[in-house]
Design a protein around this ligand. Structure first.
Ligand code: DOR
Ligand code: ZN
Length: 348
Protein backbone atom coordinates (compact mmCIF):
# COMPACT_ATOMS: atom_id res chain seq x y z
CA UNK A 1 0.00 0.00 0.00
CA UNK A 2 1.23 3.46 -0.84
CA UNK A 3 1.83 5.67 2.15
CA UNK A 4 0.44 9.16 2.11
CA UNK A 5 3.04 11.92 2.00
CA UNK A 6 3.32 13.77 5.30
CA UNK A 7 4.73 16.96 3.83
CA UNK A 8 4.44 18.86 0.60
CA UNK A 9 6.88 21.52 -0.59
CA UNK A 10 5.96 23.69 -3.55
CA UNK A 11 7.34 26.76 -5.22
CA UNK A 12 6.01 29.89 -3.51
CA UNK A 13 2.50 30.43 -4.89
CA UNK A 14 0.60 33.53 -5.99
CA UNK A 15 -2.96 34.70 -5.44
CA UNK A 16 -4.37 35.92 -8.76
CA UNK A 17 -7.47 37.56 -7.26
CA UNK A 18 -7.41 39.28 -3.88
CA UNK A 19 -9.25 42.06 -2.04
CA UNK A 20 -6.96 43.75 0.47
CA UNK A 21 -9.22 46.74 1.25
CA UNK A 22 -7.71 49.83 2.86
CA UNK A 23 -6.98 51.44 6.23
CA UNK A 24 -7.45 49.29 9.33
CA UNK A 25 -8.85 46.37 7.35
CA UNK A 26 -5.82 46.37 5.05
CA UNK A 27 -3.52 46.38 8.09
CA UNK A 28 -5.46 43.48 9.63
CA UNK A 29 -5.43 41.21 6.58
CA UNK A 30 -2.34 41.98 4.47
CA UNK A 31 0.04 39.88 6.54
CA UNK A 32 -1.96 36.70 5.94
CA UNK A 33 -1.57 36.92 2.18
CA UNK A 34 2.07 38.00 2.43
CA UNK A 35 2.86 34.96 4.56
CA UNK A 36 1.53 32.49 2.00
CA UNK A 37 1.95 34.15 -1.37
CA UNK A 38 4.71 35.83 -3.36
CA UNK A 39 2.41 38.11 -5.30
CA UNK A 40 -1.25 38.92 -5.63
CA UNK A 41 -3.45 40.61 -8.17
CA UNK A 42 -5.08 43.26 -5.99
CA UNK A 43 -8.65 44.20 -6.79
CA UNK A 44 -9.36 47.90 -7.27
CA UNK A 45 -12.92 48.06 -5.88
CA UNK A 46 -12.14 50.52 -3.11
CA UNK A 47 -14.42 53.40 -2.41
CA UNK A 48 -13.69 55.44 -4.48
CA UNK A 49 -12.35 52.86 -6.94
CA UNK A 50 -8.76 52.76 -8.19
CA UNK A 51 -9.18 54.20 -11.68
CA UNK A 52 -5.90 56.02 -12.31
CA UNK A 53 -2.15 55.43 -12.30
CA UNK A 54 -1.73 57.84 -9.40
CA UNK A 55 -4.41 56.08 -7.33
CA UNK A 56 -2.88 52.66 -8.02
CA UNK A 57 0.61 53.87 -7.04
CA UNK A 58 -0.69 55.41 -3.83
CA UNK A 59 -2.66 52.25 -3.00
CA UNK A 60 0.39 50.08 -3.69
CA UNK A 61 2.39 52.24 -1.28
CA UNK A 62 -0.28 51.82 1.41
CA UNK A 63 -0.24 48.05 0.91
CA UNK A 64 3.54 47.84 1.18
CA UNK A 65 3.42 50.01 4.33
CA UNK A 66 0.85 47.64 5.86
CA UNK A 67 3.01 44.53 5.41
CA UNK A 68 4.77 43.04 8.42
CA UNK A 69 8.49 43.85 8.49
CA UNK A 70 10.62 41.40 6.56
CA UNK A 71 7.88 40.00 4.31
CA UNK A 72 8.56 39.77 0.62
CA UNK A 73 5.27 40.23 -1.16
CA UNK A 74 4.53 42.06 -4.38
CA UNK A 75 1.11 43.59 -4.87
CA UNK A 76 0.22 43.61 -8.57
CA UNK A 77 -2.10 46.51 -9.21
CA UNK A 78 -5.24 46.65 -11.32
CA UNK A 79 -7.20 49.49 -12.85
CA UNK A 80 -10.96 49.62 -12.27
CA UNK A 81 -12.66 50.17 -15.62
CA UNK A 82 -15.54 52.62 -15.89
CA UNK A 83 -17.54 53.97 -18.80
CA UNK A 84 -15.10 56.89 -18.86
CA UNK A 85 -11.76 55.07 -18.70
CA UNK A 86 -9.20 56.83 -20.86
CA UNK A 87 -7.31 54.40 -23.15
CA UNK A 88 -4.22 56.62 -22.87
CA UNK A 89 -4.17 56.17 -19.07
CA UNK A 90 -4.37 52.40 -19.55
CA UNK A 91 -1.56 52.40 -22.11
CA UNK A 92 0.67 54.57 -19.93
CA UNK A 93 -0.11 52.57 -16.77
CA UNK A 94 0.88 49.39 -18.58
CA UNK A 95 4.03 50.92 -20.07
CA UNK A 96 5.13 52.26 -16.68
CA UNK A 97 4.55 48.88 -15.07
CA UNK A 98 1.96 50.21 -12.64
CA UNK A 99 -0.99 48.18 -13.95
CA UNK A 100 -0.69 44.43 -14.32
CA UNK A 101 -4.33 44.08 -15.30
CA UNK A 102 -7.57 46.00 -15.59
CA UNK A 103 -10.78 44.87 -13.98
CA UNK A 104 -14.17 44.82 -15.63
CA UNK A 105 -17.05 44.99 -13.18
CA UNK A 106 -20.42 45.16 -14.87
CA UNK A 107 -22.09 48.12 -13.12
CA UNK A 108 -23.74 47.02 -9.86
CA UNK A 109 -22.76 43.36 -10.21
CA UNK A 110 -21.14 43.22 -6.76
CA UNK A 111 -19.47 45.11 -3.87
CA UNK A 112 -18.35 48.65 -4.86
CA UNK A 113 -19.19 48.14 -8.51
CA UNK A 114 -21.56 51.07 -8.92
CA UNK A 115 -18.92 52.86 -11.01
CA UNK A 116 -18.52 49.80 -13.20
CA UNK A 117 -19.19 49.46 -16.88
CA UNK A 118 -22.75 49.83 -18.15
CA UNK A 119 -22.03 48.67 -21.70
CA UNK A 120 -18.84 46.91 -22.75
CA UNK A 121 -19.29 48.16 -26.32
CA UNK A 122 -18.31 51.62 -25.05
CA UNK A 123 -14.93 50.30 -23.98
CA UNK A 124 -13.72 49.18 -27.41
CA UNK A 125 -10.89 51.78 -27.47
CA UNK A 126 -9.80 50.65 -23.99
CA UNK A 127 -9.71 46.98 -25.02
CA UNK A 128 -7.75 47.91 -28.13
CA UNK A 129 -5.20 49.72 -25.96
CA UNK A 130 -5.00 46.74 -23.61
CA UNK A 131 -4.57 44.28 -26.45
CA UNK A 132 -1.71 46.40 -27.80
CA UNK A 133 -0.07 46.79 -24.40
CA UNK A 134 -0.49 43.13 -23.46
CA UNK A 135 -2.48 44.09 -20.35
CA UNK A 136 -4.67 41.32 -18.93
CA UNK A 137 -8.41 41.91 -18.57
CA UNK A 138 -9.87 40.47 -15.36
CA UNK A 139 -13.62 40.00 -15.63
CA UNK A 140 -16.37 39.68 -13.07
CA UNK A 141 -18.48 37.48 -15.33
CA UNK A 142 -22.08 38.06 -14.35
CA UNK A 143 -24.85 39.93 -16.11
CA UNK A 144 -26.82 42.34 -13.98
CA UNK A 145 -30.11 42.11 -15.88
CA UNK A 146 -32.70 41.73 -13.09
CA UNK A 147 -34.72 39.45 -15.37
CA UNK A 148 -31.93 36.85 -15.18
CA UNK A 149 -32.05 34.53 -12.18
CA UNK A 150 -29.11 35.17 -9.85
CA UNK A 151 -27.93 31.57 -10.23
CA UNK A 152 -27.83 31.92 -14.03
CA UNK A 153 -25.97 35.22 -14.27
CA UNK A 154 -22.58 33.72 -14.97
CA UNK A 155 -23.77 31.31 -17.66
CA UNK A 156 -25.74 34.08 -19.41
CA UNK A 157 -22.69 36.37 -19.27
CA UNK A 158 -20.68 33.86 -21.31
CA UNK A 159 -23.10 34.05 -24.24
CA UNK A 160 -24.15 37.66 -24.03
CA UNK A 161 -20.87 39.38 -23.17
CA UNK A 162 -17.77 37.20 -23.09
CA UNK A 163 -18.10 35.33 -26.39
CA UNK A 164 -18.67 38.55 -28.41
CA UNK A 165 -15.82 40.27 -26.54
CA UNK A 166 -13.41 37.47 -27.44
CA UNK A 167 -14.58 37.55 -31.05
CA UNK A 168 -13.94 41.30 -31.24
CA UNK A 169 -10.58 41.23 -29.42
CA UNK A 170 -8.97 37.87 -30.18
CA UNK A 171 -5.57 39.04 -28.95
CA UNK A 172 -6.81 40.24 -25.56
CA UNK A 173 -5.83 38.02 -22.63
CA UNK A 174 -8.83 37.56 -20.37
CA UNK A 175 -9.19 35.99 -16.92
CA UNK A 176 -12.73 34.95 -16.14
CA UNK A 177 -12.60 35.44 -12.40
CA UNK A 178 -13.99 33.03 -9.79
CA UNK A 179 -15.70 30.54 -12.11
CA UNK A 180 -18.65 28.83 -10.47
CA UNK A 181 -20.47 26.84 -13.14
CA UNK A 182 -20.02 23.83 -15.40
CA UNK A 183 -20.80 26.19 -18.29
CA UNK A 184 -17.93 28.52 -17.41
CA UNK A 185 -15.50 25.63 -17.01
CA UNK A 186 -16.49 24.22 -20.40
CA UNK A 187 -16.22 27.67 -21.97
CA UNK A 188 -12.70 28.24 -20.68
CA UNK A 189 -11.58 24.74 -21.65
CA UNK A 190 -12.81 25.26 -25.20
CA UNK A 191 -11.43 28.79 -25.56
CA UNK A 192 -7.90 29.38 -26.81
CA UNK A 193 -4.78 30.09 -24.76
CA UNK A 194 -5.79 33.73 -24.27
CA UNK A 195 -8.61 32.81 -21.92
CA UNK A 196 -8.10 31.56 -18.36
CA UNK A 197 -10.02 31.37 -15.10
CA UNK A 198 -9.39 31.70 -11.40
CA UNK A 199 -11.03 29.42 -8.85
CA UNK A 200 -11.84 30.28 -5.22
CA UNK A 201 -11.69 27.93 -2.23
CA UNK A 202 -15.36 28.37 -1.42
CA UNK A 203 -16.51 27.27 -4.87
CA UNK A 204 -14.42 24.11 -4.49
CA UNK A 205 -15.73 23.27 -1.03
CA UNK A 206 -19.33 24.41 -0.93
CA UNK A 207 -22.50 24.16 -2.95
CA UNK A 208 -25.50 26.40 -2.51
CA UNK A 209 -26.98 24.24 0.24
CA UNK A 210 -24.31 25.79 2.48
CA UNK A 211 -26.20 29.08 2.34
CA UNK A 212 -29.16 27.50 4.11
CA UNK A 213 -27.58 24.83 6.31
CA UNK A 214 -29.80 24.86 9.39
CA UNK A 215 -30.58 28.55 8.86
CA UNK A 216 -29.37 31.48 6.81
CA UNK A 217 -25.54 31.49 6.63
CA UNK A 218 -24.21 34.92 5.77
CA UNK A 219 -20.58 33.78 5.94
CA UNK A 220 -21.17 31.50 2.95
CA UNK A 221 -22.46 34.38 0.87
CA UNK A 222 -20.29 35.68 -1.93
CA UNK A 223 -20.66 36.70 -5.56
CA UNK A 224 -20.93 34.89 -7.84
CA UNK A 225 -23.18 33.04 -5.42
CA UNK A 226 -22.54 29.34 -4.65
CA UNK A 227 -24.13 26.99 -7.16
CA UNK A 228 -25.56 23.46 -7.33
CA UNK A 229 -23.45 20.40 -6.53
CA UNK A 230 -22.94 19.47 -10.18
CA UNK A 231 -21.32 22.85 -10.75
CA UNK A 232 -19.06 22.48 -7.73
CA UNK A 233 -17.90 19.12 -9.06
CA UNK A 234 -17.15 20.63 -12.47
CA UNK A 235 -15.13 23.44 -10.88
CA UNK A 236 -13.24 20.92 -8.72
CA UNK A 237 -12.45 18.75 -11.73
CA UNK A 238 -11.08 21.79 -13.56
CA UNK A 239 -8.89 22.84 -10.62
CA UNK A 240 -7.22 19.45 -10.23
CA UNK A 241 -7.06 18.63 -13.94
CA UNK A 242 -3.65 20.14 -14.56
CA UNK A 243 -5.12 22.32 -17.32
CA UNK A 244 -3.00 25.50 -17.28
CA UNK A 245 -6.07 27.63 -17.99
CA UNK A 246 -7.16 27.27 -14.36
CA UNK A 247 -5.32 28.76 -11.42
CA UNK A 248 -5.55 29.95 -7.86
CA UNK A 249 -7.41 33.18 -7.05
CA UNK A 250 -8.88 33.28 -3.58
CA UNK A 251 -11.20 36.25 -4.04
CA UNK A 252 -10.61 36.68 -0.33
CA UNK A 253 -12.99 39.54 0.41
CA UNK A 254 -13.08 40.56 4.06
CA UNK A 255 -16.09 42.30 5.54
CA UNK A 256 -16.67 42.87 9.27
CA UNK A 257 -18.92 40.21 10.79
CA UNK A 258 -21.39 42.97 11.57
CA UNK A 259 -21.65 43.83 7.88
CA UNK A 260 -22.32 40.22 6.92
CA UNK A 261 -24.62 39.28 9.80
CA UNK A 262 -27.17 41.85 8.81
CA UNK A 263 -30.59 42.24 7.19
CA UNK A 264 -28.71 43.03 3.99
CA UNK A 265 -25.40 41.25 4.37
CA UNK A 266 -22.34 41.98 2.24
CA UNK A 267 -21.06 39.47 -0.31
CA UNK A 268 -17.54 38.21 0.26
CA UNK A 269 -15.65 35.45 2.06
CA UNK A 270 -12.38 36.09 3.90
CA UNK A 271 -10.25 33.10 2.96
CA UNK A 272 -6.74 34.55 2.96
CA UNK A 273 -5.69 33.38 6.42
CA UNK A 274 -5.66 29.65 5.53
CA UNK A 275 -5.97 29.79 1.78
CA UNK A 276 -3.27 27.27 0.88
CA UNK A 277 -4.46 24.78 3.47
CA UNK A 278 -8.01 25.06 2.19
CA UNK A 279 -7.04 24.52 -1.44
CA UNK A 280 -4.66 21.72 -0.63
CA UNK A 281 -7.42 19.78 1.14
CA UNK A 282 -9.26 19.63 -2.19
CA UNK A 283 -6.24 18.36 -4.14
CA UNK A 284 -5.63 15.79 -1.41
CA UNK A 285 -9.23 14.58 -1.46
CA UNK A 286 -9.06 14.28 -5.25
CA UNK A 287 -5.78 12.34 -5.22
CA UNK A 288 -4.08 15.16 -7.09
CA UNK A 289 -1.33 16.39 -4.76
CA UNK A 290 1.07 16.29 -7.71
CA UNK A 291 -1.04 18.89 -9.54
CA UNK A 292 -1.20 21.39 -6.70
CA UNK A 293 2.00 23.22 -7.54
CA UNK A 294 0.88 23.90 -11.11
CA UNK A 295 -2.44 25.33 -9.96
CA UNK A 296 -0.98 27.36 -7.10
CA UNK A 297 2.43 28.45 -8.34
CA UNK A 298 2.84 28.07 -12.11
CA UNK A 299 -0.25 28.39 -14.31
CA UNK A 300 -1.11 31.94 -13.27
CA UNK A 301 2.38 33.34 -13.63
CA UNK A 302 2.73 31.78 -17.06
CA UNK A 303 -0.59 33.18 -18.19
CA UNK A 304 0.37 36.67 -17.00
CA UNK A 305 3.79 36.31 -18.59
CA UNK A 306 5.59 36.78 -15.28
CA UNK A 307 8.51 34.79 -13.88
CA UNK A 308 7.80 32.02 -11.41
CA UNK A 309 8.59 32.90 -7.80
CA UNK A 310 11.83 31.89 -6.15
CA UNK A 311 11.66 30.02 -2.89
CA UNK A 312 9.22 27.47 -1.57
CA UNK A 313 6.52 26.94 1.02
CA UNK A 314 6.06 23.76 3.01
CA UNK A 315 2.82 22.24 4.23
CA UNK A 316 2.54 19.38 6.67
CA UNK A 317 -0.25 16.91 7.11
CA UNK A 318 -1.16 17.76 10.66
CA UNK A 319 -4.11 20.02 10.88
CA UNK A 320 -4.84 22.77 13.22
CA UNK A 321 -7.99 24.70 13.55
CA UNK A 322 -9.04 27.69 11.50
CA UNK A 323 -9.23 30.79 13.68
CA UNK A 324 -12.72 31.57 14.96
CA UNK A 325 -12.18 35.25 14.23
CA UNK A 326 -9.63 37.94 13.49
CA UNK A 327 -10.25 40.71 15.98
CA UNK A 328 -10.21 44.29 14.78
CA UNK A 329 -11.03 47.45 16.76
CA UNK A 330 -14.28 47.72 14.81
CA UNK A 331 -15.21 44.11 15.60
CA UNK A 332 -14.43 40.59 14.42
CA UNK A 333 -13.77 39.32 10.93
CA UNK A 334 -14.85 35.71 10.43
CA UNK A 335 -12.59 33.57 8.22
CA UNK A 336 -13.73 30.91 5.78
CA UNK A 337 -14.21 27.58 7.62
CA UNK A 338 -13.87 29.34 11.00
CA UNK A 339 -13.32 26.83 13.79
CA UNK A 340 -13.11 23.85 11.42
CA UNK A 341 -10.24 21.38 11.42
CA UNK A 342 -7.66 21.55 8.67
CA UNK A 343 -5.94 18.49 7.23
CA UNK A 344 -2.83 20.49 6.32
CA UNK A 345 -0.91 23.36 7.82
CA UNK A 346 1.62 25.67 6.26
CA UNK A 347 4.80 25.74 8.28
CA UNK A 348 7.09 28.00 6.31
O1 DOR B 1 -18.24 38.10 -2.92
C1 DOR B 1 -17.65 39.02 -3.44
N1 DOR B 1 -17.06 40.00 -2.71
N2 DOR B 1 -17.61 39.08 -4.77
C2 DOR B 1 -17.12 40.14 -5.41
O2 DOR B 1 -17.15 40.15 -6.62
C3 DOR B 1 -16.61 41.31 -4.66
C4 DOR B 1 -16.20 40.94 -3.32
C5 DOR B 1 -15.99 42.13 -2.40
O3 DOR B 1 -15.30 43.07 -2.79
O4 DOR B 1 -16.48 42.09 -1.27
ZN1 ZN C 1 -13.34 39.59 -6.13
Amino acid sequence: MQTEPRTLTIRRPDDWHLHLRDGAMLRAVAGYSARQFGRAIVMPNLSPPVTTIAAAQAYRDRIVAALPAGTRFTPLMTCYLTDDTDPAEIARGAAEGVFTAAKLYPANATTNSSHGVTDVARLAPVFTAMERAGLVLCVHGEVTDPAVDVFDREAVFLDRVLAPLIADFPGLRIVLEHVTTAEAVAFVRAAGPHIAATITPQHLHLNRNALFAGGLRPHAYCLPVLKRERHRLAVRAAAVSGDPSFFLGTDSAPHLASAKESACGCAGIFSAAFALETYLAVFDEEGALDRFEGFASEHGARFYGLPLNDGTVMLVRDGGEVLAAVEMDEGPLVPFQAGERLAWRMVG
